[in-house]
Design a protein around this ligand. Structure first.
Ligand SMILES: NC(=O)c1ccc[n+]([C@@H]2O[C@H](COP(=O)([O-])OP(=O)(O)OC[C@H]3O[C@@H](n4cnc5c(N)ncnc54)[C@H](OP(=O)(O)O)[C@@H]3O)[C@@H](O)[C@H]2O)c1
Length: 326
C-alpha cells in the first residue's frame, strides 16, 4: 500500500511539533490548511509540504489527503472533525477530543457511520515507556494496583484572551493538562466509579487548579493534580501490593521509570530512546490501524475517549466551569 497522506489542519504551536515529528519518522505530509493562506504557505515551506490552503474546507477536500490532524483549540475540534469526516478523510484529533462528552459522541458516531478512523491524539498512551508499563502491570510486576498519583502542572500564559484562559475557546487547566493524569488513571485502572474534585477558578472563569480524587472499579484510588499557574514535579507513581513503579519527570513525555519491589529495591529500569518529541507513535499507530482496515484504536478507542470526556464533564461541573457552547 502507498504511504498514508497526512493533512495538517491549523498552524499553531502543536501543529508545528507534530509535523516535525511526522517528518522525523519519515511519514508523508501532503497538505496544510489554515484560516490564512499566508500562514499555510509559510508552514508548508518550513516542512516542505507540497500543498497549502487558505481554508480548512479546501484542506479536507484535497484529493491527496487521507487523514487530517486537527490542531485547533478544543472549542473547534467537533466542527473540524465532522467537516473532515463528511469529506471522507480519517481524523486524528488533538486532546481533549472536544469540549464535552456529547460533542465527542457526535464525532465517534460520524466516523463509525462512514467506516473511517477517528482517534484522540492522546500521544502519551502510545509512547514506548507506556507500552512497557502496561506489559509490566499485566504480568503482575507490582501485584494488585491499589493507588496511583500523577500531576500535570505548568506555568502557562495569563493573558485572558489566550485559548488557555478564554472560556469560549475551552480554556482551563483541566481540559488542557488535567486530561493527561485522568486518561492515565483510566488506562491503568479503568473507569472511575466515583469522582471528586476541588479547584480554583481564574478571572475569566476558567479553572487554574484542580485536585481530583477517583475511585475505580477494583477499589483502587487515584490522586491527580493540575495547575496552569505553577510547574511542579510532573511525576507519576503506581502503587501495588508487591511494589511500585515510579515514572520520572516528565512522566507524560518520553522518559524513564523504575520498578521497585515491596522492600524498595529497584527490579527494573526503563529509559526511553525517542527521536523528536515522541508524537509520531500515535501517528504510526493510526497508520497501522488504517492499513489493517480497522477504524478504532485498541489502546484508546472512541468509546473510552467519549467516556473520559464524561469524567471531565463531571469534574468541570464540580469546579463550576461553564463553557458558552457546552
Ligand atoms: N499533544 C500535546 O502535547 C499538545 C500540546 C499543546 C496543545 N495541544 C492541543 O492542541 C490544540 C491546539 O493547541 P495549540 O497550543 O497548538 O494552540 P495554538 O498555538 O493557539 O494554535 C491553535 C491554532 O488553531 C487555529 N484556530 C482556529 N480557530 C481559532 C481560534 N478561534 N482561535 C485561535 N486559534 C484558532 C489557528 O490556526 P490557523 O490560524 O492556521 O487556522 C491556531 O494557530 C488544543 O486542543 C490543545 O489541547 C496538545
Amino acid at each position: 500500500m502507498t504511504a498514508l497522506r497526512w493533512g495538517i489542519l491549523a498552524t499553531g504551536g502543536i501543529a508545528h511539533a507534530f509535523t516535525s515529528d511526522l517528518r522525523t519518522a519519515g511519514l508523508t505530509v501532503t497538505a496544510v490548511g489554515s484560516r490564512r493562506l499566508e500562514a499555510a504557505q509559510a508552514f508548508a515551506e518550513q516542512y516542505a509540504i507540497p500543498s497549502a490552503y487558505g481554508s480548512y474546507e479546501e484542506l479536507v477536500a484535497a484529493p491527496d489527503v487521507d487523514i487530517v490532524y486537527i490542531a485547533t483549540p478544543h472549542s473547534h475540534h467537533r466542527d473540524n472533525a465532522l467537516l473532515a469526516l463528511e469529506n471522507g478523510t480519517h481524523v486524528l484529533i488533538e486532546k481533549p477530543l472536544t469540549l464535552d462528552a456529547a460533542q465527542a459522541a457526535e464525532i465517534r458516531d460520524a466516523a463509525a457511520a462512514r467506516g473511517l478512523l477517528a482517534m484522540e491524539a492522546m500521544w502519551t498512551r502510545y509512547l514506548p515507556h507506556m507500552v512497557r508499563l502496561r506489559e509490566l502491570l499485566a504480568s503482575g510486576a507490582i501485584g494488585e494496583v491499589r493507588a496511583l498519583s500523577a500531576d500535570h502542572t505548568q506555568n502557562l500564559p495569563t493573558d485572558p484572551t489566550h485559548r488557555l484562559n478564554a472560556l469560549e475557546l475551552g480554556g482551563g487547566a483541566l481540559l488542557d493538562l488535567g486530561i493527561y493524569p485522568i486518561s492515565f488513571a483510566w488506562d491503568v485502572l479503568g473507569r472511575p466509579t466515583a469522582v471528586s474534585a476541588l479547584g480554583r477558578l481564574g478571572d475569566t472563569g476558567a479553572d487554574t487548579e484542580a485536585a481530583i480524587s477517583l475511585v475505580h472499579g477494583s477499589g483502587a484510588v487515584s490522586s491527580l493534580l493540575t495547575s496552569m499557574r505553577g510547574a511542579g514535579a510532573n511525576v507519576a507513581q503506581i502503587i501495588g501490593t508487591e511494589g511500585r513503579i515510579v515514572i520520572d519527570s516528565v512522566w507524560y513525555t518520553p522518559t524513564s521509570f523504575r520498578v521497585h519491589d515491596r522492600d524498595g529495591a529497584v527490579r527494573e529500569e526503563f529509559h526511553s530512546e525517542v527521536d523528536g518529541r515522541g508524537m509520531q507513535y500515535q501517528a504510526l499507530h493510526a497508520e497501522q490501524l488504517i492499513r489493517e482496515g480497522r477504524t478504532d484504536s485498541e489502546l484508546l478507542g472512541m468509546d473510552e475517549s467519549v467516556a473520559i470526556m464524561g469524567t471531565l464533564d463531571e469534574i468541570r461541573a464540580q469546579l463550576g466551569v461553564v463553557y458558552p457552547q457546552s
